[in-house]
Design a binder for this molecule. Structure first.
Ligand SMILES: Nc1ncnc2c1ncn2[C@@H]1O[C@H](COP(=O)(O)OP(=O)(O)OP(=O)(O)O)[C@@H](O)[C@H]1O
Ligand SMILES: [Mg+2]
Length: 240
């Protein structure tokens, strides 16, 4: 049997409201993602995309169902084991970049290595290598607010890559960027996917951003409404 990188079965999540009511946010989701895939996730605001990404990233746990990451059943793992799995396998990229404003670009990229207990010289060397990969060597000693939005997002991508993740989870990574800069960031994700085989799962509201992926999962009201090749799903959403 082949092992999927991500295997979700009957995944469900609800939030408890005051007064004892619960609102379902994810309802019985079933899907698998294999190593090397590039998957876009689209859906209306509030449909559960970020909630799903947080569960896939082991930042949150599902209420019901089964979620295995790299063959490990996350439901059976203790919080520190989950954190360890997350640190070893996953790089996160967010809409708002989430860089530390008082640290240099280099320090921001090296931060996950600090948490992983890597020594200072190696942290610096690896962070510089990643900055070179995203074309920002010359900005290593800048502060994040001295960079453009696209440059800041590239720093965030370098930070996500510094631990050699198998999986990148990106929640609207181009949401704060103009069209041209968004295309540059997508080209970077695509190249990481193609040349290094890194699996990318990316949330977007833009069909043109989703087109950089191979597969599109469309979520409506916490359920998978469509899942297939990007153009087929887009066609199903907006028949021409
Ligand atoms: N901590 C929480 N407590 C209660 N409800 C929550 C909580 N977090 C999210 N929700 C609800 O869960 C639903 C899904 O939220 P989620 O953030 O996953 O949506 P989304 O698809 O990412 O939307 P957007 O496109 O606006 O980012 C929403 O109805 C939201 O109000
Ligand atoms: Mg969201």
């Amino acid at each position: 049997m082949t092992q999927h990188l991500i295997q979700a079965t009957h995944l469900s999540k609800h939030y408890a409201l005051d007064g004892g009511h619960t609102v379902p946010v994810l309802r019985q989701m079933n899907f698998a993602i294999d190593a090397g895939e590039f998957v876009a996730i689209m859906g209306p605001s509030g449909s559960g995309k970020s909630t799903l990404m947080n569960i896939l990233g082991c930042l949150d746990v599902a209420a019901d169902g089964y979620y295995a990451l790299n063959g490990r059943d996350t439901g059976r793992m203790a919080p520190d084991q989950l954190a360890d799995l997350r640190n070893r396998l996953i790089g996160f990229v967010f809409q708002g970049f989430n860089l530390l404003p008082r640290k240099s670009v280099l320090e921001n990229v090296a931060l996950p290595l600090l948490y992983a207990g890597v020594g200072r010289a190696e942290r610096r060397q690896r962070a510089l290598l990643l900055l070179e990969q995203v074309g920002l060597s010359r900005h290593a000693h800048h502060r994040p607010n001295q960079l453009s939005g696209g440059q800041q997002q590239r720093v965030a991508i370098a930070r996500a890559l510094v631990n050699h993740p198998k999986l990148i989870l990106a929640d609207e990574p181009t949401g704060n960027l103009d069209t041209q800069t968004s295309e540059e960031i997508m080209a970077l994700f695509k190249s990481l996917n193609r040349t290094q085989g890194i699996t990318v799962v990316l949330v977007t509201h833009e069909p043109d951003i989703a087109r950089h992926a191979q597969r599109l999962i469309h979520i409506v009201d916490g359920r998978i409404a469509h899942d297939g090749a990007v153009e087929q799903v887009l066609q199903a959403l907006h028949p021409t």
